[in-house]
Structure formats: C-alpha cells, structure tokens
Design a protein. Structure first.
Length: 387
C-alpha cells in the first residue's frame, strides 16, 4: 500500500522546469504524466547535473521514470554507441523498463534494446550490429556480450542500477562489478533501491565515493511492538492513563492527542497527577519545540504529550511506551506514531484508548496494517516492552 503522499507530497515542480528536449516532453505528457512525483523531483535535476545518485524509494512511486527521463535527455541519437545501460535483476523488470523508455522516448529516435539471460544469444549479437543507444538487461547476459567484445561500453557514460539491493546479491554482484570496469572512468552511476542492506553500503563506498543521497522512505515497522487497546469512555481517559502510569514500567513515554488544545490540557492534568511531563504542538515556536525535544531526548523528563506534528523521525531509543490518548484516524498516522525504524530492534508497547466512536477505525487500521491490537490484560509482562 502506498501512502498517498509518496506520489503527491511534491514541491510543485513542472517537467518544463528541467529544460528537457521538446520531443522528450511530448513523450512524457503523452504517457499521461502531468507533473513529477517526489522521487522524480529529487532525482531528475540531480541526474541531469551528472552526479552519482543513491536513491531509496518504493516501487510504484514513479521510480522508473525518475531515471529514464534524465537518461533519455542525455543520449545523443546521432552518436551510434551505447550511451546508457540500465541493469535490473529480472527479465520481467527489463521488459517493463524498456517499455517505459520506448514510450517516453517515442519522439527522440533513440534505439532501445533489451537483453536478458534465457533468450537466444545469437539474436542479441545480431541486434548489436544495429545501432543501440540504451541497453536494458540483466547483469550476466550483458557481461557475457561485453566480454565477447560485441557489446561495447566505452561510450557508455551512465550506468543505472534498479533494485540495487537485489543486483548486489551474491549471484549478481561479481558480474555487476566486472561490468563497471568496462565503463569509462568518468561514468555516472545511479542506484535505486527500496532497502539498503550492508552490501549496498560497501558497494557505495567502493564505487560512489560522493553520491547525492535521496531517501524517500521512512522505514517503519511494528515488529517488536506489543499493541493493546483499552475500551473507555471519554471521561475515563485520564483515570485510565493514571492507572497505566502506576502499573507500567515506563522508561520514557510519548502520549498522542489529536488537537493542540487537548495536548495542553492533558499535560496540565498529568502534572497535577504528580508525573513529570513535557508537551509539544504545532502552535509553539520552532526553537521552543526544538528545546523541548532536545531535553526529552536527553532524558530530562519521562513523558511527552504531543500532536502528530512530531510523529516523523521519532527515534528516541529510550521510549518504550507509546500511548494513543486519542486514537488516530488513519493507518499511516498510526504506523508513524507507534512504528519504529526497522534498524533499531527495540521492544516497545503501544496502548490505545478506544472510545465507542473509535471502534471502526481500530478495526480498519488493523486490517490495513495487517496487525493485531489485543484487549489489554490485567497485567502486562515486563519482558515484552523492557529490554
């Protein structure tokens, strides 16, 4: 499931802003693209400058066009040489990618070729005697043709690796590395990957010493988080929170409300109950917010009450309990409040205070996130949320 903003949270650029060839713009509009998606806005202008790129983005967010558009723009159709190679891990993806290149480049007179294992090598050899400007394929087959001297890459100035994490799996990595040695020294490398395993990091350090890094993924996961709900009436919420404070072993907690007003009221109530508490919301001045966040992060206070303003980028290791005092409206907000960045496998506990009105949202969010939020038991085992 893609969050809508993966495709809509743009800076408002237009394809015209990149000063692309008129024929390329015709192909872009004919394909039905109206304006660039976030990954395209980030990648296209940088790729056009000739910089190496390491980009992290989901499939389905316009990633293919993010590298095909600058590649097509930079190819000189008058020059009879392979100028761009796009490496992909599978035959299906090769066909799909070449199709996008052909559609976008419809008016450019650019020759696109696909070459993958499992098809006739002889056909590929014959095809390479004709002009080819852009070659899309899998590493093994392209390397085979290059070693034979049939696929000549000394004018290939751009190498694109799509699904780079898969291309750096053991079965492909040696071929990819050997292929790079056939390219001119001044080549440009564009890598796109949904995940960044260690192999990608090592490869980056070796072949992309100073890439431009684009990260459009907040990788959040509900792994390691025990989720419960307490069915309450609105007027019982503070009492319920008080009970949680007395029963749970909270290292640090973040408590979410759905409005600025409720944040302030709740923070006041928590302080009256005798617990230390900070609060943050959107109407506070930015440097005040920064200071509160900084102090909370440094452990100056145990509990933080806030609005959703604060959900992105919560990576405070010490937070082991998240309480939704007000239940969120969407599964995405829920994931951002409760989820943790995948790289920290810390345990955590999420407690949701659910009123009668929230019950449909609760069910829908469980379905959409494929998770289970269980009723809260009389005792919660400390081992599930304390390291």
């Amino acid at each position: 499931m893609y969050a809508l903003q993966d495709v809509t949270a743009t800076k408002g650029n237009e394809f015209e802003d990149y000063f692309l060839k008129r024929e390329l713009l015709m192909g872009i509009y004919e394909k039905g693209f109206e304006r660039p998606s976030p990954i395209q806005e980030e990648s296209i202008p940088i790729a056009l400058t000739g910089s190496d790129i390491l980009a992290r983005a989901k499939n389905g967010t316009g990633k293919t066009a993010a590298f095909c558009i600058p590649a097509l723009e930079k190819i000189d159709p008058e020059k009879n040489a392979i100028q761009v190679v796009i490496l992909v891990p599978t035959r299906e993806l090769a066909l799909q990618t070449s199709q996008v290149c052909k559609e976008l480049g419809k008016y450019l007179n650019i020759q696109v070729m696909v070459s993958t294992g499992g098809t006739s090598l002889k056909d590929d050899i014959m095809r390479l005697y004709q002009p080819v400007h852009l070659l899309v394929g899998t590493p093994g087959r392209i390397l085979d043709l290059t070693r034979k001297g049939i696929c000549v890459l000394n004018h290939c100035s751009i190498l694109i690796m799509d699904e780079a994490d898969k291309l750096l799996a053991p079965e492909f990595q040696p071929s990819v590395e050997e292929l790079i040695h056939f390219l001119p020294a001044s080549r440009q490398l564009l890598m796109f990957s949904a995940t960044f395993p260690v192999t990608v990091k090592e490869f980056k350090e070796k072949y992309l010493p100073r890439p431009y890094i684009i990260n459009l993924m907040d990788e959040l996961t509900l792994k390691g988080i025990t989720q419960h709900y307490a069915f309450v009436e609105e007027r019982q919420k503070v009492h319920c929170l008080n009970t949680l404070f007395s029963k749970l072993q909270i290292n640090q907690s973040i408590i979410f409300c759905n409005s600025v007003n409720r944040v302030e009221l709740l923070a006041k109530k928590i302080t009256e109950l005798g617990y230390s508490c900070f609060y943050i919301h959107a109407k506070m001045l930015q440097d005040h917010r920064n200071r509160v966040f900084h102090d909370f992060r440094n452990g100056a206070c145990r509990n933080l009450v806030c609005t959703d303003l604060f959900t992105r980028g919560i990576d405070i290791q010490a937070v082991n309990v998240v309480i939704n005092f007000d239940f969120p409206k969407t599964s995405e907000t829920y994931l951002h409040r409760v989820g943790r960045s995948g790289r920290y496998g810390h345990l955590g506990l999420a407690v949701n205070l659910i009123t009668y009105e929230d019950r449909f949202n609760l069910y829908r969010i469980e379905q959409e996130l494929g998770t289970e939020i269980k009723p809260i038991p009389p005792q919660i085992d400390v081992a599930v949320y304390c390291q």
